[in-house]
Ligand binder design. Structure first.
Ligand SMILES: Cc1cc2nc3c(=O)[nH]c(=O)nc-3n(C[C@H](O)[C@H](O)[C@H](O)COP(=O)(O)OP(=O)(O)OC[C@H]3O[C@@H](n4cnc5c(N)ncnc54)[C@H](O)[C@@H]3O)c2cc1C
Length: 317
């Protein structure tokens, strides 16, 4: 009988690459664990209790890649039961189609929710506003409701638990204390997933655009038709762009594919400067480069990407 078969956020406790692994969770960490251990050779089953929150085209491509790598994906199981067996652990659940399933593996990894450790600090005595879970409410300068107290990173109420936010908060708090007027704006915080291939997503997804009621158009470009992706044998993935059909302002950029994380900084800059489609299509792009995937996704908004069949683009509302 093995011990410690249930792991939560404790990836480093594996002493050897497990022969089989069940991953439970829909966040970045769960997807990364599933991807990395499948690359290492473990037989991975990924149980997704929730939606991934990604653009549907990116999610579909990620699921296709997982399937190709023989990761078994089970959707919609909000609850499961687990019992230890001689092999490791047996997980029983009901999937989104109402079908009962039992999966056995050596380990089960579950994504945990991190909680702030603030109970003993007595923040309420200093007039520091806190959210229901204890996280500190801060303004655009990482300043709490007590102007002499600042809070940075995961312990703050707004935004995801990411080092990106913590780094920005830290710099801004220092500048504000030094009597500057800095600002944290989390609107275009990139979602990054270190799967193989990686995912980078910034701004509106197509479903966000649909929900907002604006007239929008989408452009999608498969990396299969990108010269550098072909040359370097990294053809999995796509770039998808969402723009406002009236103003031509780019609203969201999403990519799955090699180079996505490096390119995400360009995505953030484009959205931050409220770039129009022409701000991407006018400049000269290096050739061959993965970056041309972004260029052709923007060109595809108007059916002008030259490495894929022309399409009559329509406006969505
Ligand atoms: C497996 C994993 C992978 C991740 N990957 C990424 C990634 O790729 N990109 C990304 O942007 N983010 C990533 N994150 C999230 C990132 O690590 C956190 O968002 C970031 O570390 C938050 O920084 P922080 O300074 O707010 O908190 P922490 O890094 O948690 O630092 C808080 C410090 O405060 C100390 N502390 C806690 N309570 C008290 C107390 N009461 N009194 C005094 N000290 C206290 C803790 O010991 C700790 O040293 C990842 C997280 C995990 C777990």
């Amino acid at each position: 009988m093995r011990e410690n078969v249930i792991l939560s956020d404790a990836l480093y406790e594996f002493e050897e690459i497990p022969e089989s692994l069940i991953v439970y969770g829909s966040d970045e960490l769960a997807l990364e664990v599933a991807s990395v251990y499948s690359e290492f050779g473990s037989k991975v089953t990924l149980i997704l209790p929730d939606s991934l929150g990604l653009d549907a085209s990116i999610e579909k491509e990620l699921m296709r890649v997982f399937k190709k790598k023989k990761v078994k994906v089970i959707k919609g199981a909000e609850e499961f039961s687990a019992e230890q067996t001689d092999q490791g652990i047996l997980v029983s659940l009901v999937d989104d189609k109402g079908k009962s399933q039992s999966i056995e593996a050596v380990y089960l990894y579950t994504s945990g929710e991190r909680q702030p450790n603030v109970q003993d600090l007595g923040l309420n005595r200093f007039g520091v506003d806190q959210a229901d879970d204890g996280r500190v409410v801060v303004n655009h300068m990482a300043q709490s409701s007590n102007p002499d107290i600042y809070a940075v990173g995961d312990v703050t109420a707004e935004g995801p638990n990411l080092a990106v936010k913590a780094i920005k908060h830290g710099k801004v708090a220092a500048e504000a204390i030094a009597e500057g007027y800095p600002e944290v704006d989390l609107t275009f915080l990139p979602t990054i997933i270190h799967t193989t291939p990686p995912v980078a997503s910034v701004g509106m997804t197509e479903s966000d655009a649909k929900e907002s009621g604006i007239e929008y158009r989408t452009g999608e470009f498969s990396l299969k038709a990108n010269g550098y992706a072909m040359l370097s044998g990294q053809k999995e993935g796509l770039v998808k762009v969402i723009s406002d059909a009236n103003t031509e302002i780019v609203l969201g950029i999403h990519m799955i594919g090699a180079g996505a994380i490096e390119l995400s900084s360009n995505f953030v800059q484009l959205l931050e400067m409220a770039a129009k489609e022409e701000d991407v299509t006018f400049p000269n792009f290096a050739h061959p480069s993965m970056d041309e995937g972004l260029l052709e996704a923007v060109e595809a908004l108007t059916g002008q990407a030259i490495h894929q069949p022309p399409s009559r683009k329509k406006v969505n509302v």
